[in-house]
Design a binder for this molecule. Sequence first.
Ligand code: PEP
Ligand code: MN
Length: 271
Amino acid sequence: MATIKVGDLEIGGQQKIMIAGPCSIEGRDQLLQIAREVKARGAHILRGGAYKPRTSPHSFQGLGPQGLFHLKEAAEETGLITVTEVMELDELDLISKYADILQVGARNMFNYPLLKRIGRTEKPVLLKRSFMATIEEFLLASEYILKEGNHRVILCERGIRTFEQMTRNTLDLAAVPIIKKMSGLPVIVDPSHGTGRSDIVLPMALAGLIAGADGIMVEVHPNPKKALSDGLQTLDFPRFQEMMEEFHNLCQYLNKAEEQRSSRTMRGAAS
Ligand code: PEP
Ligand code: MN
């Protein structure tokens, strides 16, 4: 099982990772406020989009370079690692300068030239599953990056399109142990995009951990109703705090269960 070091943070090791932040970086104050809040509650990585792949060209498209400057400032102030999405080859160098981890979003999972180009960098990558990709297609997309020599790939299950209408996507938790086993790469679950509903982000985050995810990624905003993107699936600060309490409790339980499992295995091997 590969682990990926980003700064002092190890992803895919014993410690479960929390990635939190707004869907879109909307301004300096908004991002700093969120960064301080999620850091105080125990998040490890700050997320936030500066280049947004919006379904409608009429929707907010992100702050672009200005958003990257805010992200860097928030990282410097809080010490958080950062992740942000890269959509185009042209943006790659600039984004690489300002963020620690490159996100390839669901819409670009099939963008093989982008994957290959990222594969020629040494930047860690959070590769999200396309909403229309099979597990096999998802893993093959990751191999486009790996094959070029970049092995710092983290996979993210973020839901797929099904006939179900009560959720924005169907979060495919069965994919989690499968992709972990087949790839040996760290796996993150995104219950925000995976459900589209802030009221069920918490249970699906916990379910993701139980399914074996190495971490969770959620969207957080001080006032989700006013968020410029994805407000319906975004946690406000009290909800994020509640989720972090449950996250920490579950992590303790999972660590204990893991210790018991490995001491059973050792006893078995000795007898
Ligand atoms: C996001 O993380 O904000 C995002 C756009 O996600 P996805 O690519 O999974 O839709
Ligand atoms: Mn979003």
